[in-house]
Design a protein around this ligand. Sequence first.
Ligand code: G6P
Length: 362
Amino acid sequence: AMAQKEGYRFFMEKEIYEQSTVIGDTMLGRVLEDRVEFEELDPSLFEGIRSIKICACGTSYHAGLTGAYLLERLAKIPCQVEIASEFRYKEPLLTPDTLFIVISQSGETADTLEALKMAKRAGLKSLSICNVDNSSIVRESDATILTRAGIEKGVASTKAFATQVMVLWMLTLYLGQKHRTLAPETLAKELDAMRHTPRALLVEEKLHEKLHRLSKRYLHGHGFFFIGRDLFFPLALEGALKLKEISYLHAEGYPAGEMKHGPIALADAELFTIALMPKTLLYDKIKSNVEELSARDATILAISPEEFELADDFVRTKNGDHPMLEFFEMMVVTQLLALEISIRLGNDVDMPRNLAKSVTVE
Ligand code: G6P
């Protein structure tokens, strides 16, 4: 087993480090000089489509939430995201002008597979975003975009998430260019940022070392709040999920602007707030949300390219040019934080209690 881990302590750690390379595989032959191309997609799949519904579970659901922000903002397509186990029993109203997208690492998640079958019975066209070729979900859907993350062993998903988000970003540009909803200058800027993603995902030794040192201060407390806005809200949800899965500590992801509507009542020095503070998206808004928490004495770990004076701890990120580059860099920070906390607590990082890599029963 040690050999397969190639010197890393856990598969999850290895998979975090792999992200920078596998994301290149995800883009290979798809991200071209002036456009995004998917050879595997028949353009007729999008004929008559006026909206998108995304359905998934767990980490894949968080990728879906991220994709919805991108699809609406850049491709101008109305997009809704639902948890598969909720979708199945709500008697959803489905119309054939909706493209049904399912996201699944394994391609075998029972709730997601059943949601897909329901959508097909209702006459919707379907597209799956999967990591495992020839899986049940791939076979059941009209079309598939493979994420190409390679085998993921850690139960806590890392590189699969990164590649799912990348596929959704690419799909956004693809639809934006196809429907001409994306201005050529914007498309060029997005493509340029996209090509820098492998660099944003590189794990620097100094950063990992910093999170290792920091993690010892975050082993107790009565809870963690991961907060962010816009794209960084689903990233906050995912950061909290990672921490819960492998540390067994209580963590919640919250949209920062909602804290004042209830959760801020919990704020005291034992409340750990992990604040995602990108420079390129609503910086002043999130800053004032974090200031409110700091005024209530919450302990703040700020992740940002901008120095934040009220932070108890500060992790400086480097990418302040594009929201998605900030997204991927901050994603790595939250993954390493969860990893280091879990290791300090002596947990089995790759096989957390009560969890399975793939949930094939309802
Ligand atoms: C399980 C895994 C999660 C995963 C979820 C959805 O609960 O432990 O890591 O996000 O299933 O899995 P899928 O294979 O459909 O992405």
